[in-house]
Write a protein that binds this ligand. Structure first.
Ligand SMILES: [Zn+2]
Length: 420
């Protein structure tokens, strides 16, 4: 029997919620009011596919028009991290905060976490960021415990781990590499620590074939912990999460309606890649219809051994608006990151993309100044040339200054690339 689900994945329950969402937007959203008509129960998936897309540009240009509630109903104002374009505001009601809590509870449970877990949170919880507050609320919903330590400062992270004995960390995976390095330098026996699992946010830890990528390997080769991928964005207000089978990140079909659409406009089949497009379900403050995330990933629609029937996404291969045109080739930033992350000696780097006078992109790789005379510099250059087929420029910078450019206080993720 063919167990590949129909596309897009849609249960009866989901179609019902989808209809409610469309009618809610048609009634309450100044942006969608003229674009979406009220629909009835005869509404089908075919009708859905005729609805207009919402782009990041729409959301940015008409930001306040996306808010569906009166000001006194807004419980939280959050913003996107602004890795591309200017930050976008999202307006959340009290129920939207409950939705966030449910999302993270579901996500953490799918990974096998329970109320017995104690989480150490290594992300920012203020600065209008959604991830930190979402994890805090989700852990409370799970009835587990939390230590809100926030980002950076490996010394404090280890002191807290040794003192409170948390079982799980919630962190950007590249910072885990820094934690491991610090533990090694300071004789901390991290394999005997209380940590059993790490919830990785913001960066992929797997290759397209779902094996660990270099970052994933750098963690698991050193540290006997389970690491779990997630894929989320502020606009979605929900996360795709790995289950214990670790075969891609599951859709939470209570909270999102998913399409993965190929370059030619058709739906991606099992194992194919395309742009992730979502409609948020059950959102009151800032619901989005057929929102184009710009993120490209593979979709897996076969049955998962964990029993969850929802489709899964592979790691993000690239962003639609981050394609680099470089000396006759096109590439995504991830190819550059992968080449650099093969080298254990590189713990921090930043890639700058500048347009030259011909309108083509120039790639500049910033490394710590120790690499100016480092024995591995030639090997790094050769690996970049092999992997990218062309050689970018290398520049060097004082280690702390470079770290400051990458781990910015107000950013949720390390800023590994900047389009100038
Ligand atoms: Zn699964």
């Amino acid at each position: 029997m063919n167990t590949i689900a129909k596309t897009p994945f849609c249960t009866e329950e989901q179609l019902k919620t989808l209809i409610e969402t469309l009618n809610y937007c048609a009634k309450n959203s100044p942006f969608y009011h003229n674009k979406i008509k009220q629909v009835d129960t005869t509404f089908s998936l075919e009708d859905y596919k005729k609805l207009p897309f919402t782009s990041k540009e729409d959301l940015s240009a008409h930001n306040a028009d996306f808010c569906c509630v009166a000001k006194n109903e807004i419980a939280e104002y959050v913003t996107t991290s602004g890795t591309t374009g200017s930050p976008i505001s999202l307006y959340l009601t009290k129920n939207d905060l409950h939705r966030l809590a449910k999302n993270e509870k579901d996500s953490l449970s799918l990974m096998g976490h329970t109320s017995d877990d104690l989480f150490q949170l290594l992300t920012t919880i203020d600065k209008q960021f959604m991830a930190g507050i979402a994890y805090f609320l989700g852990v409370q919903e799970l009835e587990a415990g939390m230590i809100r330590l926030g980002p950076g400062v490996p010394k404090l992270q280890w002191e807290s781990i040794l003192k409170y004995e948390p079982t799980a960390l919630i962190a950007v995976p590249s910072f885990i590499v820094t934690l491991i390095d610090y533990a090694k330098e300071n004789n901390i026996d991290f394999n005997k620590s209380s940590i059993q699992s790490i919830v990785c946010i913001g960066e992929p830890i797997r290759n397209d074939d779902l094996t660990y990528n270099i970052l994933g390997k750098r963690i698991t080769d050193n540290w006997n912990v389970k690491i779990y991928s997630t894929y989320a964005s502020t606009e979605m207000g929900a996360a795709f999460s790995e289950c214990t089978a670790q075969k891609g990140c599951h859709l939470n079909d209570d909270l999102l309606f998913l399409e993965v659409i190929k370059e030619d406009g058709t739906e991606a089949m099992h194992g194919e890649s395309g742009e992730i497009i979502v409609t948020t379900l059950g959102v009151e403050g800032t619901p989005l219809i057929r929102y184009k995330t710009g993120d490209i990933a593979k979709i897996y629609r076969d049955k998962c051994s964990c029993g969850n029937k929802t489709p899964r996404l592979g790691p993000i291969i690239g962003r639609k608006n981050q394609m680099i045109k470089f000396k006759g080739t096109t590439l995504y930033p991830k190819a550059i990151f992968d080449a650099l992350e093969e080298f254990d000696s590189i713990s921090c780097y930043k890639v700058l993309i500048e347009k030259n006078e011909l309108g083509n992109d120039e790639i500049i790789i910033l490394l710590e100044d120790k690499f100016k005379t480092h024995s591995q510099l030639d090997a790094i250059k050769n690996r970049c040339r092999e992997k990218l087929r062309v050689l970018p420029q290398f520049q060097f910078m004082e280690a702390n200054k470079l770290r400051g450019l990458v781990y910015k206080k107000h950013m949720r993720k390390p800023e590994k690339i900047k389009f100038m």
